[in-house]
Ligand binder design. Sequence first.
Ligand SMILES: NC(=O)c1ccc[n+]([C@@H]2O[C@H](COP(=O)([O-])OP(=O)(O)OC[C@H]3O[C@@H](n4cnc5c(N)ncnc54)[C@H](OP(=O)(O)O)[C@@H]3O)[C@@H](O)[C@H]2O)c1
Length: 340
Amino acid sequence: MDIVIVGFGTVGQGVAEALSRKAPTLQSAFKEKLRVVGVFDSKSYDVSPKGLDPREVAGRKQKLGRVGPELNGKGVLEILEEVDYDVMVEVTPTNIKDSEPGFSNMMFALSSGRDVVTANKGPLALKFKELSRTAEKNGGRLRFEASVGGATPVINLSREILMGERILSIRGIVNGTCNFILNRMKDEGLPFDQALREAQEMGYAERDPSYDIDGIDSAAKAAILANAIFRRDVTFHDVRRTGIRGVSLEAVELAAEERKVVRLIAEVSESRLEVSPRLVPIGHPLAIGGTLNIFQLMTDLAGDITVAGHGAGKMETASAILSDIVALLKEDCASRKKEA
Ligand SMILES: NC(=O)c1ccc[n+]([C@@H]2O[C@H](COP(=O)([O-])OP(=O)(O)OC[C@H]3O[C@@H](n4cnc5c(N)ncnc54)[C@H](OP(=O)(O)O)[C@@H]3O)[C@@H](O)[C@H]2O)c1
């Protein structure tokens, strides 16, 4: 399996490291060579049909700020035209306005029957149907476990392990930054602005925190869950969204008196698509603290199933991408066996 990594920041470099560490085990399990044949960032690239040493490329990126020769006005896709690869790992920045460059990158790969594994929410939250139709039409596969919940395996759990279930609804905490802020308000009695400043100082929240605190990130993830698990045809704009900007310290304190906490909950079902602050009884799984992500799935046979894990981070997100790569290897291995 020949892989190109498009986007070589935190997650791209995590994927490079994960592949270096796991390739020998995976190769012997699936009897297939696993090679990284191309790496791209916004300004430079490195390609080799024989396979690159992903750790070496990551080292170069950290030392020189680039992965290889400059693109020099050439587009990534122009160079990719000449590269023979099977899977594109698309990990450029999420753009919730127009989904670029991720959407064009993914469409380029899927249109030629290649597989795409991504953590990039923009294209999935805005143009899911177009992407999945293109994949289906051309025989490519689109996998995106890392786009929701980071290392928490909610998508593949729902679509594969729980395939025989009817999933009635999913409620989750999908933004660790909001959870951190709400927790600091409750535990330390901090007003919202001060808890937000602390989150920014600790590197959890961006200088422009709107993406997290106004529920934009959570809504993008809710839209992806609706499309992927409930087979709905929605975009990020269809999500009823209220963020945590309006949550006052008084409201948090009042909730505590009733042994409840305020949590930013994403709820998705066949008929619901909503992100809003809600009251959750202390002791309920969704009252989880820290920056973890959590999902509670209501199913028709198994009842409630809860999964929690790290929603972000270099190696955590890379682990979800790796799980999708392994799923592709497994499928390829099964079809080779069938043909033999
Ligand atoms: N970080 C996490 O924990 C996490 C968790 C879940 C999902 N995600 C998603 O994963 C994706 C990557 O996140 P990240 O944290 O790795 O972001 P990042 O550190 O900002 O890295 C983005 C990379 O994309 C490159 N890039 C930007 N525009 C490009 C273009 N037109 N063509 C090729 N490469 C381009 C950047 O190039 P330069 O290096 O030259 O700037 C950089 O290498 C995002 O969509 C994010 O939402 C991240």
